[in-house]
Design a protein. Structure first.
Length: 164
């Protein structure tokens, strides 16, 4: 858990603003009247900060050249790219990829989607015929590539018969 995870009390917020010099003059005077020890704390904190700045060595930056290159790359203005610098092989690669996609689409259509010309849309083969009634006879008639099951022995329907 961090100290930054704990919310500051109103006193701590005002003390922090007072030490940082962010309180308006009227609030600063009121805070100093309410808390006379605040001026001494501010002076101690300022003295400690000055001592730390004067007696401590600055941290050495490891891999400084890496950071310098990154910073220079970020602040350098972008150079416009001319069309003469773009390699032509990128265009050929794009044309080749488009042609391959078109060929693949045609192949998939021919293999899976297009109707087969060797067979008709509906195809059935009659293996055996049996009428199931002794009064009826059934036979298979092949004519012009079509197989028809012919059943003889049915009674004729009257002309006024209405199919339900």
């Amino acid at each position: 858990m961090n100290n930054s995870d704990i919310p500051l009390s109103p006193y701590q917020e005002k003390l922090t603003a007072y030490v940082d010099g962010l309180l308006p003059p009227a609030e600063r005077a009121a805070f100093e009247r309410e808390h006379p020890e605040a001026a001494a704390e501010k002076a101690a904190i300022s003295a400690l900060g000055a001592a730390l700045r004067s007696h401590s060595e600055p941290a050495t930056l490891r891999h400084g050249e890496f950071f310098n290159r990154r910073i220079l790359r970020e602040i350098t203005p972008a150079q416009p790219v001319s069309t003469a610098e773009i390699p032509a092989w990128k265009l050929w690669r794009l044309v080749f990829a488009g042609a391959c996609c078109a060929l693949a689409s045609v192949g998939i259509y021919k293999a899976a989607v297009a109707p087969d010309t060797l067979q008709t849309k509906y195809f059935a083969e009659v293996l055996s015929v049996k009428a199931g009634d002794t009064k009826l006879t059934a036979q298979v008639v092949h004519a012009d590539g079509i197989a028809v099951v012919w059943i003889d022995g049915f009674e004729k329907l009257p002309g006024d018969y209405i199919l339900k």
